[in-house]
Design a protein around this ligand. Structure first.
Ligand SMILES: C[S@@+](CC[C@H](N)C(=O)[O-])C[C@H]1O[C@@H](n2cnc3c(N)ncnc32)[C@H](O)[C@@H]1O
Length: 264
């Protein structure tokens, strides 16, 4: 733990702060002005750290903590949908995965965690202000975990950078698109999907999922599943028993999964 690059500090209500462990007094967003090395040092996991008025608990930099404490810019894909994509695409060690757009890297961190050190992860993002945030989150993960895949990031719209993508990988086991428009991207990436490989589209509105369905079929892919996942959290009721917690029963996106089932 002494050599950790990032410290995870958790507030009693669950808010997570990810602090870079470099020396020097400075302002750390949400926590105040302090030197992390002096204040956090090698505090063991599960022990308290006092920062100003706050009493925080140091925890290991696991995926859920790095996700909760991540820097955010674009809308992120959360564990509910990321986990489903990983399971439906069968993503695992050694796979070659293409992802567009990177955004804040909410999904990318889940994928990188699953790929292990033998996997190859190629991310694409046209907006440098989004990539800057996403790549910082990926760096935190890389410096915190014992293994990390070979990661290549390409700046540009996916439709325009497929030559650069092909310099790293010629055939992908999985492709995930979280974009405002899917059809042109599906047309561009489908030729690089290996036989047996799957493509997933994350579509916030129904018109997108319909367009993605048609584009996958036009590209010779077989649509395997489309739909949405609903998640409802439960908690302890004040007068005893368990019940769904109060709060919005929200929508994230419609998901579509298609497979390349033939070599033609
Ligand atoms: C909603 S964000 C992705 C969030 C990301 N999945 C996450 O979990 O943090 C969508 C991203 O797609 C990028 N984008 C838009 N058009 C694109 C294109 N043609 N190729 C690649 N990325 C694109 C946007 O700039 C934006 O950052």
């Amino acid at each position: 733990m002494e050599n950790e690059s990032w410290a995870v500090l958790v507030e009693p209500e669950g808010k997570v702060h990810v602090v870079e462990m470099t020396p020097g007094v400075r302002k750390i967003k949400g926590l105040g002005v302090f030197d992390p090395i002096e204040t956090i040092g090698d505090t063991p996991y599960g022990s308290s750290v006092a920062v100003g008025q706050k009493n925080l608990t140091r925890m290991p930099p696991r995926l859920p903590e790095l996700s909760k404490g991540m820097l955010r810019r674009a809308q992120t894909i959360s564990a509910k949908d990321a986990g489903y994509f990983i399971a439906r695409l069968g993503i695992g060690a050694g796979d070659r995965i293409l992802e567009a757009g990177l955004g804040s890297a909410g999904l990318s961190m889940h994928i990188a965690h699953t790929l292990g050190q033998t996997g190859i992860h190629v991310t694409v993002e046209p907006r440098s202000e989004h990539a800057e945030v996403g790549l910082k989150n990926m760096l935190r993960a890389k410096q915190s975990w014992p293994v990390f895949p070979e990661h290549h990031h390409i700046e540009g719209a996916i439709e325009e950078v497929m030559d650069q993508v092909a310099e790293h990988v010629q055939a992908f086991d999985g492709i995930i698109l979280d974009l405002p428009q899917h059809p042109s991207a599906i047309e561009a990436v489908a030729p690089m999907l290996a036989v047996g490989g799957r493509i997933a589209c994350y579509c916030p509105v129904t018109s997108q999922v319909e367009a993605a369905w048609e584009s996958c079929e036009a590209a010779g892919l077989e649509v395997e599943w489309a739909g949405e996942l609903m998640e409802r959290q439960w908690g302890k009721a004040s007068k005893g028993g368990m019940r769904p917690v109060n709060g919005p029963f929200g929508h994230t996106a419609f998901l579509l999964i298609a497979q390349r089932t033939s070599a033609e």
